[in-house]
Design a protein around this ligand. Sequence first.
Ligand code: GDP
Length: 445
Amino acid sequence: ATFGTLSDRLTETFRNLRTKGKLSAADVDQTVREIRRALLDADVALVVVKEFTAKVRERALGDEVNRALNPAQQVVQIVNEELVGILGGEQRRLQFAKNPPTVIMLAGLQGSGKTTFAGKLAKQLEKDGHTPILVACDLQRPNAVNQLQVVAERAGAAVFAPEPGNGVGDPVRVARDGVEYARRQQHDIVIIDTAGRLGVDAELMKQAADIRKATDPDEVLFVIDAMVGQDAVNTAKAFQEGVDFTGVVLSKLDGDARGGAALSVASVTQRPIIFASTGEGLEDLEPFYPDRMASRILDLGDILTLIEQAQQAFDEEEALAVAEKLANEQFTLEDFLGQLQQMKKMGSMKKMLGMLPGMGQMKQQLEQFDEREIDRTEAIIRSMTPAERRNPKVLNGSRRLRIARGSGMTVTDVNQLVQRFDQAAKMMKTVARGGVPNIPGMGPV
Ligand code: GDP
C-alpha cells in the first residue's frame, strides 16, 4: 500500500524511541538519521529531506522536548507537524470564479492521469450542482479526444471537442472556443484537458503556456503520478517554469507509491496539493488534507490524539514529583489515588489503550479490562486513613476488615489491592517514563 515502507520505517524509528525517557542529543541524532534515510528511500527529494530533518532536529533538541513529560512522543508530534508543513499546511479548496464560467486547466505529462482526473472532477462537481464541460485540447495523441469523450460520457458531463478527423487542429484555438462555447451554453465550469508528453519538452510547455494565456484560467492544476520517484521534482519544476500552476493533483495514490512525490512536490513548488486521485474509477477522487496524509504516513494509529489527551491529563510538575517519589521509594497509596484520578481524566482506558500502536495483540485483554476496577480501587483507598495510605505495612487483619466494610468490598479485595500496589508502583514508573502502562487487574502485559 501507499507509504507502506515509509510508514513502517518511521514507526520502527519511533518504537525505538518510545522506550526512552529523557532524550540525549545522540538519541535525537540517531532518530533524525533514521528519518532521513527512510525519506530518501521513499524517493523524497534531497532538498526537501535536508530541510525537513534540519527542522526536526532543531526542534527535537530544543526546550519543547526537553521539558515534555514524554520526550519521545513530543518528537513524534514534531515530525507530524513538520510533515503537515511540507505537505502544504492547511487544506486548500478549489477556487471558483466570481463570474462563471470558472476555467480549470490541467497540465502534466502523458499518462499522469489528466484525462481520468478530468472525468472524476466533472463528476464530483456535478454532484455539487455544477454543470461542467470538458474541453479536449490534446490533439497530439491520436486517441486522446476520443478518450476524453468516453470519460465524459461515463461522468455524464458535456464535451467540447474538434470534429473527429480534424485532430491536427490548433489546441489554443480549441481551448478558447471551448470557453466561449461554455459561456454561451451556461456551463459554470470549464475543464481543459491539455496534451502531455512522455517527457518534458519545450514545445509542450509553449503550447500549455499559450493555452493558459488564451483562456486565463482560475486554476491551473498540475497532475502528477505519485508513483514517479525522484523525477517528480524535476517535472514539477519544469511545469512551474514553463506554464506555472496554482495547485497540484496527485494521481495514483492507490498504487504502491513510495510517497516521495507527495512529500516533495508541494514543498519544492510551494503550490498546494488540492486533490488526491486514488483509483481508476470515477469515484476515486478525494480532497487532499495535509494533516490526514501526515497521519497516514506516520501510521501511528491515533497516537497524536493520545498524546494530546495524555498531555492534558498529566500535570507535568506533578508527574515530576511522582517520578521523584518513585525514585526514592516514597510512592504511597495516597499518590496512587492521585494517579488513578489522573488516569480517569484521560477518559476511557480501553479507548486510550486501543489508540496505542502495537496494541493489537492486547485486544483480548482490553476486552476483559473492567474500568470499574479503577473505581473499586479508589473506594478501597478512600476507606484507609492517611497513615495507612502512607504506609500499607500497618494494615493488619482488623484494619483490613474495617476498610473492606467501609468500601463495600471484601477483605480479599483489600488484600489484592495491597499486593498489587507494588505492581502499580512499577506501572507508574513506566508511565512516568512514557511506556505502556501495565494495568492492575489486567495481569502482566
Ligand atoms: P493522461 O495521459 O494524463 O490523460 O492520463 P490518463 O488519464 O489517460 O491515465 C493514464 C493511466 O493511468 C490510465 O490507464 C488510467 O486508468 C490510469 N490512472 C489514472 N488515474 C489513476 C489513479 O488514480 N489510480 C490508478 N490506479 N490508475 C489511474
